[in-house]
Ligand binder design. Structure first.
Ligand SMILES: O=C(O)c1cc(C(=O)O)c2c(n1)C(=O)C(=O)c1cc(C(=O)O)[nH]c1-2
Length: 673
């Protein structure tokens, strides 16, 4: 083994990157220092791999013995030679064929794979958890993780520990009840399951944890919806043998519609600690009692030991969407500190005696619409923060945006969420609708430095022992900063916006930094604030790997383009009744193609620019018959009249973009979930 690999072996992780968050602590920290502040200027592209047919790339690759493993959209898994970039194998779970009715869930995204004992584990949108042979990509086993009849999705990366593999799911926004399940790595047999919110009284009976949680819910919540899905953050604590769950928001959003008259609604928007072997509850900390804003504790949670008041403390750190940075004692779950990292208006502070937030007036929009920061997207979403034990700082991909929240009943979307949440698109201060890379001191609970990012929705971060922080940004660059000062020391034009976090690995003496380039996410519905000008299909999706002295060249990508190249057939006579009816249903398309068909470049194309959609017949074949299902466009079994309405609305929005039709100023349907 080379010097770098030996060094790495001494410090535990290093040459390998065994999980999406690096080591089990989810710190996103690499022990490697061959790439450092002294030689970063010589960092260059070692190799790249174009990923044909991919859209949103959210995963952080794993590295095991020089081989990179990662997921693409729709649960495809790749194994790539870390030295050369050669594709070794690719596995496609073929959701469109196996479970076509579930293809529409979760917008095709996937946040990565897990590794252990020669196997790669992938969670698939339709609820399958699949074990693959790491050498060949052959299926070892496949289990359905969802009970029959639910509407969950599955987009998160599994985690491995103690011979087990654990996975959660998504769907809180449509009221699905959250849970996680641990399976035996060898056989796929279920070891334990933990529900994050109570079910019906019959289901809770005899389960003391669910009986306790049920006391914090009112009404027939098991019928109206609960939420609390674990769709992203899970951390295995190898010191204490625990699993920490980052539990999602409630659904419906309006608390009066799911738990009338009050109740904290455990364990929504909470961190829950479980015994890793039995799945037994140990403690919980709820960040948002009676959650009402799509706030979720789903961001990554970093287990670390830090010195507080001269004493080493075993802590768990998280910066969830609600805008506070939380430091918990991971032995007890007790709050050590919590401070605002940016613009936060829903609470004045967290009361240290009770651990509960002190909320501002009308914050549950009980007395009418109210503007609140952060928005549903949060001040920090799933894009992982990292933590460097060298600097003692956490590196957060921060976002600043607010939303107007109100009770709502009308329209299909509001009938599910019980509320509307529309982004505040007017800048109220210079940082609104922008991002930042924030270096946060978790002990002092304050920012040490802040690098402004012009756009929201940047990638997660990597911190290294070389004194560097790496991040890919919405504007299409991979950037390296001095971890201590924040100074940008290097950047590379990747030709497309980046949302996935970088990682680092070593082969022999060579250290690499690698990441996926694939603008997207479940973000199209927020296209009014997240459109950066990338076009679906125009810029290649890629895996890039960098090393000192790397000399590879990247074929240039078409540049960003904010113009809308809408197409129209002037001979089409629009039926205005159909246009109005289509608008009511347009949210179905909006989740991927953008609300009011204003695309964000991913995960679906801007249909106003689609030549195929000029023809109602072609549109029908795609929507109703699934003509493009294999390429990721799910089949929607709607009637001919409904499809006619949606198509008419699409044609109207194209004409609005061309200026040949009066713009529609009624944005009531512009809600996001
Ligand atoms: O409530 C849920 O279950 C759930 C699931 C997911 C998901 O599975 O990706 C997201 C969200 N919520 C969510 O609120 C959110 O902002 C979000 C962003 C993304 C993404 O991958 O870009 N997923 C999700």
């Amino acid at each position: 083994a080379g010097l770098v690999a030996q060094q790495a072996a001494q410090t535990g992780t290093g040459a390998d990157w065994p999980g999406v968050g690096g080591s089990a602590d989810e710190s996103g920290y690499s022990q490697l220092s061959a790439i450092n502040t002294a030689n970063i200027r010589k960092l260059g592209l070692a190799w790249s791999l174009d990923l044909e047919g991919e859209v949103s790339l959210e995963a952080t690759p794993l590295a095991v013995n020089g081989i990179l493993y990662f997921s693409g959209s729709y649960g495809a898994v790749y194994a790539v030679d870390g030295a050369s970039g050669r594709l070794i194998w690719k596995y496609d779970p073929e959701i469109w064929k196996v479970n076509p009715t579930r293809q529409a869930m979760g917008m095709g995204v996937n946040r990565g794979v897990a590794y252990d004992n020669g196997r790669i584990f992938i969670g698939v949108l339709d609820g399958r958890l699949i074990a693959l042979d790491a050498r060949t990509g052959a299926v070892a086993w496949s289990v359905n993780t969802l009970p029959p009849g639910t509407m969950h999705s599955l987009t998160g990366a599994p985690r491995t520990f103690n011979g087990k593999v654990i996975i959660g799911n998504g769907g809180a926004d449509i009221g699905q009840r959250g849970f996680v399940t641990a399976y035996d790595q060898k056989t796929g047999a279920q070891v334990w399951r933990f529900w994050t919110v109570p079910g019906s009284p019959e289901q809770n009976a005899g389960d003391p944890v669910m009986e306790m949680a049920a006391k914090s819910w009112n009404g027939s919540y098991w019928k109206t919806g609960t939420g609390g899905t674990v769709w992203n953050g899970m951390t295995f604590d190898s010191e204490l043998n625990r699993i920490y769950l980052g539990v999602g928001n409630a659904g419906p959003y309006d608390p009066e519609k799911r738990s009338p008259g009050g109740g904290d609604n455990l364990f929504v928007a909470s961190i829950v600690a479980l015994d890793a072997d039995s799945g037994q509850y140990i403690w919980h900390y709820q960040q948002n009692p009676r959650e009402s804003w799509d706030y979720k504790a789903t961001a990554n949670m970093i287990a670390a030991t830090v010195t507080i008041d001269g004493r080493p403390r075993k802590v768990l750190m998280q910066q969830p969407t609600n805008g506070f940075f939380y430091v918990l004692d991971r032995e007890t779950g007790k709050l050590i500190s919590a401070e605002k990292v940016g613009k936060v208006s829903w609470a004045s502070h967290i009361d240290m005696a009770t651990g509960r937030p002190v909320e501002t007036a009308n914050v549950h929009y009980q007395e009418g619409p109210v503007d609140i920061y952060p928005s549903t997207l949060g001040s920090h979403n799933w894009q992982a923060m990292s933590y460097s034990p060298q600097t003692g700082l956490a590196y957060i991909p921060y976002m600043q945006a607010g939303a107007r929240y109100a009770k709502a009943d009308k329209g299909f979307l509001a009938s599910i969420t019980g509320a509307s949440a529309s982004f505040i698109t007017q800048k109220r201060d210079k940082d609104d609708l922008t991002g930042a890379l924030l270096a946060w001191d978790p002990v002092a609970q304050k920012a040490r430095w802040r690098m402004a990012r012009p756009h929201l929705w940047n990638g997660g971060t990597l911190a290294t022992a070389g004194g560097l922080v790496f991040q890919g940004t919405a504007d299409g660059y991979v950037r390296a900063h001095d971890a201590a000062s924040g100074k940008e020391m290097w950047r590379f034009n990747a030709g497309l916006g980046i949302i996935g976090a970088p990682m680092s690995y070593a082969i022999g003496d060579t250290q690499y930094v690698s990441l996926l380039v694939g603008w997207g996410g479940t973000t199209a519905a927020a296209s009014e604030i997240l459109n950066v000008g990338w076009k679906y299909g125009a810029q290649p999706r890629r895996l890039l790997s960098f090393a000192i002295g790397g000399k590879a060249r990247l074929a240039p990508s078409p540049p960003r383009d904010m113009a809308i190249h809408a197409l129209d057939d002037p001979s089409i006579v629009l039926d205005e009744k159909a246009v109005a009816a289509g608008k009511e249903m347009g949210f179905i398309c909006g989740a991927c193609h953008g609300m009011a068909f204003k695309g964000a470049g991913a995960p679906g194309p801007d249909l106003r620019e689609s030549a195929l959609s000029l023809s109602e017949e072609n549109f029908y074949q795609v929507v109703q018959e699934g003509a493009l299902a294999e390429r990721g466009m799910p089949r929607f079994p709607l009637g001919k009249a409904q499809i006619h309405n949606i198509w008419s609305y699409l044609r109207a929005t194209a004409r609005e973009a061309l200026g040949t039709r009066k713009p529609d100023t009624d944005t009531a349907t512009a809600a996001r979930f």
